[in-house]
Design a protein. Structure first.
Ligand code: MN
Length: 137
């Protein structure tokens, strides 16, 4: 069975490298695109389990990318996590209004990042640490 694919749309190589590294370390398959147009095409081809979307992208910003992703029926339910370094009041709302499911701020926190993404994957897709803690003591 293929591990779930996560698509990262990000034009900054260092951020892309860090996010890819952290996700692959936890067993996820990572697809990357460095601009919005390429990201949309890849999303339509690959149907990733989650899309991580940088907001500051060249030519087509993340808001426009999110809006376009949502026009495709097959991507309407795909979680989109906006990743932005703008920490301005109202940014979160702007991302959500454009179609994002969630929002995380840069810089990426390496200790929290995978958990923040995993929250958007169905349980059956969780890989890496498969140990379940019992709910009964
Ligand atoms: Mn960027």
């Amino acid at each position: 069975m293929n591990p779930p694919a996560i698509l990262i749309i990000e034009d900054n190589e260092q951020n892309l490298y860090l996010m890819r590294f952290l996700l692959e370390q936890h067993g996820y398959r990572v697809l990357t695109a460095m601009d919005g147009r390429e990201g949309i095409e890849l999303a339509l081809q690959a149907h990733p389990a989650v899309i991580l979307l940088d907001i500051q992208l060249p030519s087509m910003d993340g808001y426009a990318v999110a809006r376009e992703l949502r026009t495709h029926a097959e991507l309407r339910a795909t979680p989109i996590v906006a990743v932005t370094s703008y920490a301005m009041p109202g940014d979160r709302e702007k991302c959500l209004a454009a179609g994002a499911t969630d929002y995380i701020e840069k810089p990426i926190d390496p200790d929290a990042f995978v958990g923040q993404i995993r929250a958007h994957l169905p349980d059956i897709c969780a890989t890496g640490d498969t140990r379940e803690e019992g709910t009964h003591p």
